[in-house]
Design a protein around this ligand. Structure first.
Ligand SMILES: [Mg+2]
Length: 251
């Protein structure tokens, strides 16, 4: 489904009491980023019998959620470590991978392994993390916009789409490329779930709430304010629930 199909244009909400989400994570950048765009609608707030028109225009009620694939929807590390051992004879221990960079491998070796890991047989063979599909399906059923995003070659798009269909994960948009956060901004994403420290920080800079499954390479960022860090998908669903519920209540 094209993402615009889920978006009403220039609607007006009359919201009693606390009109908009008060959670700091939901405070958005000014509307003049996209004036009059179809992604937003005006909100009138009734308070004490008076109606205040917000100068800003608020996003429509549904949250717009971007979800990374590797090490977010499935446990990518075991595949990567297996390929590293087979191809370069290098042993990589998950628990010891406390940085994003893999110092045991040269940059071109990492690139070769990443490319190999995104061949169709590996993409299609991945097993989703427990609870991931159910959690995302629940969000989608509630009307939230699901953008699946992966730093993988566009050549992997077809097999990735087939994998998402095989595991039964519903989504509205799939993007395979290296400009993940840029694309998230273009889509007016609210929350990015991604294990990469760089993406977590870039998302936060762009006004997007970063969330992740905790891994050794991103645990340090879990102590940062505003970063949602979960032990597993059930925990992630629980931690994001207040944000999503606040948005739904605003409908
Ligand atoms: Mg990832």
């Amino acid at each position: 489904m094209h993402e615009q199909q889920r978006r009403p244009v220039a609607e007006l909400d009359d919201v009693g009491g606390n009109a908009v989400d008060r959670h700091p994570a939901l405070v958005r950048r000014p509307v003049d980023v996209q004036p009059g765009g179809s992604l937003r609608r005006a909100v009138a707030v009734a308070q004490g019998g008076r109606v205040f028109w917000h100068a800003a225009v608020y996003p429509v009620a549904q949250m717009r959620i971007a979800i990374d694939i590797d090490s977010t929807l499935h446990h990518y590390w075991d595949l990567f470590a297996l390929l590293a051992r087979r191809r370069f004879g290098v042993a990589l221990a998950y628990d010891e991978q406390v940085t994003w960079d893999i110092v045991q491998l040269r940059r071109e070796q990492v690139a070769a392994l990443v490319a190999e890991s995104h061949r169709p047989e590996h993409v299609l063979g991945a097993a989703p993390y427990e609870g991931a599909v159910e959690t995302v399906a629940g969000w989608h059923a509630d009307g939230h916009f699901i953008h699946v995003t992966s730093h993988r070659s566009t050549a992997a798009h077809e097999s990735t789409a087939a994998w998402l269909q095989r595991i039964g994960l519903p989504y509205d948009d799939l993007h395979c490329s290296w400009d993940k956060v840029t694309r998230c901004s273009e889509l007016d994403i609210d929350v990015l779930i991604d294990d990469s420290p760089q993406n977590i920080l870039r998302a936060q800079e762009a006004g997007i709430v970063p969330a992740t499954i905790a891994h050794p390479w991103n645990r340090e960022l879990c102590h940062e304010e505003g970063v949602i860090c979960a032990t597993d998908w059930r925990d992630l669903g629980d931690q994001l629930a207040p944000l999503l519920a606040a948005r739904l209540r605003a409908r």
